[in-house]
Ligand binder design. Structure first.
Ligand code: HSE
Length: 441
């Protein structure tokens, strides 16, 4: 290798432009750390950009870039799962290492792309794909490599967290905050990915695979968005000492036969207000990891935006320079953290088999015995009540009742709610939101 590392950046949107700026701003520090001049030799862009240094070749032929001898590392920042997949495949088969921020592509096609990379003796690095600038991939693959991970819980979509925070703190409307998140470059090209939890599910699939050592299983992530959360529920939750956060959870559950199964789920969740995760606001992300023997550790930082994502992209470049600098590309961590032939096909529990606590909101008629009927159904279903809050009647004869329960398998809760909704005295559908105490076990 000569004393320059040549990068190609494919895609000059918010993140691509952020990477160009970072490489300019921190040029000297990057050289002092890596020992190399890190230069951009080519950029792949549909439209010519006048603000890019004239020494950098601009082209819209992404495939030719991947074949060029003038490129050591290809940085894919196009997004999406079609062209990006073809381009990364082309780069891998032409012996190029790849850096990508593309969580959707890896969550859906990572098993195939990582196998291809291993066969071609190159690496696909993806720190920027989860939680923006927080080095959570490195933490799980390297820093916690000595631990057995029991569960992790993360606020892993900045846009969703920004929306929920602004709605709660400033009473702003959902649409208004979403528009601002789009202007700030936080939101996905299709913002329903943010608010319906799909983006978080992509990221959760990646985190779970490297935490537990299992193939990517995005299609088995249970996913609920934030669009149905009301300010009323936010307020009741706060009255009871909880905050509602949109969490991604990956949980190892021991089964009666002694084997482990995995819960993969993204949904709004009540968490105790005194947990640090409850104070993660705005576009910030955080991931709480419960592992043995460390116990709980929490990772916090900017989860979206040009600078945060560029920070992770260039950190991957620095790792790949070490790989390029060793014989036979030897110095590397396995793509999914564990030896590929030792990945375990854990059973992923179905939505009905997921265990969690619950917040229930019911509207009932206001006369004797109504609450007794509800609590009898819960008790007969083996559901333990933690707290009950009955508000004064807000319209003639109807009272909102809030119930918090201890953890129970979803199947039992679904059956109990179906029975409660059949009571003549319960006037509306029961609102349910999951609840997690996030205690160290
Ligand atoms: N749309 C994503 C978010 C961008 O809001 O978190 C970072 O992956």
């Amino acid at each position: 290798m000569n004393n320059s590392i040549k990068l190609a950046i494919l895609g000059l949107g918010t993140v691509g432009t952020g990477v160009v700026h970072l490489l300019q701003d921190n040029l000297n520090e990057l050289k002092r750390r890596s020992g190399y001049n890190i230069v951009i030799s080519q950029v792949g862009t549909r439209k010519h950009r006048d603000d890019i240094d004239t020494s950098i070749k601009q082209t819209d032929d992404l495939f030719s870039i991947c074949e060029s001898d003038d490129v050591d590392i290809v940085i894919e920042l196009i997004g999406g799962t079609t062209v990006a997949k073809d381009v990364i495949t082309h780069a891998i088969t032409h012996g190029k290492h790849v850096v990508t921020a593309n969580k959707a592509l890896l969550a859906e096609h990572g098993n195939e792309l990582f196998n291809l990379a291993e066969a071609n003796k190159v690496h696909v690095t993806y720190e920027a794909s989860v939680a923006g600038g927080i080095p959570i991939i490195k933490v799980l693959r390297e820093s916690l490599a000595s631990n057995k991970i029991d569960w992790l819980a993360g606020i892993i979509n900045g846009t969703g967290n920004f929306i929920m925070t602004e709605m709660r703190d400033k009473g702003r409307s959902f649409a208004d905050v979403l528009e601002e998140a789009q202007e700030l470059g936080y939101a996905e090209a299709d913002p329903t990915f943010d608010v319906e939890g799909i983006d978080a599910a992509h990221k959760l699939a990646l985190l779970a695979s490297i935490a537990f050592g299992m193939p990517l299983a995005f299609d088995q992530v249970y996913c609920e968005g934030i669009t149905k959360i009301t300010t009323q529920d936010v307020e009741y939750a706060e009255d009871l000492g909880y905050r509602i956060k949109h969490l991604g959870l990956a949980v190892r559950r021991q089964q009666p036969d002694g084997t482990d199964a995995i819960e993969l789920r993204v949904h709004p969740t009540l968490i105790p207000e005194d947990k640090l995760l409850a104070s993660v606001n705005g576009v910030k992300n955080a991931v709480l990891v419960n592992s043995h023997p460390l116990g709980q550790s929490l990772y916090y930082g900017a989860g979206a935006g040009a600078g945060a994502t560029a920070s992770a992209v260039v950190a991957d470049v620095m790792d790949l320079i070490r790989v390029l600098n060793t014989d036979n590309n030897g110095h590397h961590v396995e793509h999914l953290s564990f030896q590929p032939e030792l990945l375990t096909d854990y059973k992923i529990l179905s939505p009905e088999q997921i265990t969690s606590g619950y917040y229930l909101r019911l509207h009932t008629e206001d006369h004797p015995g109504v609450l007794a009927d509800v609590t009898r159904i819960l008790s007969e279903s083996g559901i333990n009540i933690d707290a009950i809050l009955q508000q004064p009647a807000h319209k003639a004869g109807h009272v909102p009742v809030i119930i918090l329960t201890q953890p129970i398998i979803a199947q039992k809760m679904n059956q109990a709610i179906a029975q409660i909704e059949k009571l003549d005295t319960v006037t509306d559908e029961v609102v349910r939101i999951r609840l997690e105490e996030l205690d160290e076990d």
